[in-house]
Write a new protein. Structure first.
Length: 388
């Protein structure tokens, strides 16, 4: 038996591999992006209550009404159009499924989709699995700014869509208004579909605000907005996300979601509806906590000698290690990250795994810091030991 040709075009996820390596070597896992602290008690209680009260069977394919109603209310204000929970909203099994459903809904085999690199590892294989061709355009370290000329040079007659992830994993960039406007100009000029991944929309630093690109009037009818719950509410294992799509493609999205997964987990959807009822103080406290984690992480890395990017949003930093005074600083990031995990006891992700483009990410690793402060301090002690 032979695996299908399409599976040869991508490897296994390095991020998930690093987690397995971290477990095997008892390393502090700063590789995969998930919290080591609990979600808010109210929403854990809501999940248990949903299970106890019988919400254990398939939900309506596009999501339980209470959750879709809350989402529609939220997006009516952030997107500025009349989002209808019965038409435009689909609850899916994580942003991962959201991306797959959106790609499958709008991309024809052979269509090209522009993806900025470094990028979350899933975009490339997902595009391949849908028969589309991902076209990578680099963001240049250390500023990682959007460069419209570079993108325009990559656009061909087959280009059909543009994927924008903001706040951005792994760089922590929150693309500013000028950059988002430049994306929109290109999308309009070349008649593209805009697909956004806004999973980190609530994790922002230094007073930044997230503005959904789909809220710009000129692209409202050509934007598919994808968001999640896993990061905002520390429930990455619940596998919940959502898609807000204009009527022209919403039904296609729903069909694809139906035949891929039937529905997202029912009790978790009830708990997610409860999460969207949390007061503003939840987000204020979360923002404070993430500032503490970011500042601790960045302080530790600076102290040890890494050159780490200061995140504007999300919970990652790309750290250049070539200035460290150790022989391993000369190694490429794949070897360096594995050594860091097995010998230093702190797992990180090689920079190269965020690129399909050659020669990028070779001298940096990504640290994820959605962790208790004590975890980050312990990681700091281990990293400091590296110099001895
Ligand atoms: C940019 C981005 N998109 C999507 C995902 C996956 O989201 P989910 O767990 O909701 O499938 C991640 C997870 O790290 C991510 O960083």
């Amino acid at each position: 038996m032979q695996p299908a040709q399409r599976t040869h075009a991508f490897g296994e996820s390095t991020i998930r591999e690093m987690t397995r390596l971290a477990i095997q070597h008892n390393a502090i896992n700063l590789s995969q992006g998930f919290p080591d602290f609990d979600p808010p008690a109210e929403i854990m209680d809501a999940a248990v209550a949903a299970i106890r009260s019988g919400a254990n069977q398939y939900a309506i394919t596009w999501g339980v009404p209470a959750l879709r109603n809350k989402l529609a209310e939220h997006y009516r204000s952030t997107l500025g159009w009349d989002v209808d929970p019965d038409v435009h909203v689909t609850v899916v099994c994580g942003v991962t499924e959201g991306i797959a459903a959106a790609f499958t809904a709008v991309l024809e085999p052979g269509d090209e989709i522009i993806v900025l690199e470094p990028a979350h590892e899933n975009f490339y294989p997902t595009a391949i699995m849908t028969g589309a061709k991902p076209v990578a355009v680099p963001l240049q370290a250390p500023a990682y700014r959007f460069d419209p000329e570079r993108v325009e040079a990559a656009i061909t007659p087959r280009t059909r869509a543009f994927l924008l992830n903001t706040p951005h994993n792994p760089t922590g960039r929150v693309f500013d208004e000028g950059e988002v406007q430049a994306v929109i100009d290109l999308v309009l000029k070349h008649n593209l579909i805009l697909i956004t991944d806004e999973i980190y929309d609530r994790i922002l630093y230094d007073g930044r605000v997230h503005k959904s690109p789909g809220g710009y009037e000129a692209v409202r009818d050509r934007t598919i907005t994808i968001g999640g719950f896993g990061k905002t509410f520390a429930v990455t294992g619940w596998r919940l996300g959502h898609i807000i799509a204009p009527a022209s493609v919403a039904q296609a999205v729903r069909k694809i979601h139906d035949y891929m997964t039937i529905c997202a987990p029912t009790p978790m959807q009830h708990a997610a509806a409860a999460a969207l009822n949390l007061p503003n103080s939840y987000y204020e406290q979360m923002t404070l906590d993430y500032h503490r984690r970011r500042d601790l992480m960045l302080g530790v890395l600076e102290e040890v000698g890494f050159q780490a990017s200061l995140p504007e949003g999300a919970y990652y930093t790309m750290a250049d290690y070539t200035g460290l005074d150790i022989p391993q600083a000369q190694w490429d990031s794949s070897r360096f990250a594995r050594w860091l995990t097995t010998d230093v006891g702190v797992a990180a992700v090689p920079g190269t795994s965020f690129y399909t483009l050659d020669g990028y990410g070779v001298d940096s690793v990504r640290f994820a810091f959605p962790k208790k402060l004590e975890t980050l301090r312990m990681a700091g002690e281990r990293l400091a030991g590296m110099k001895k």
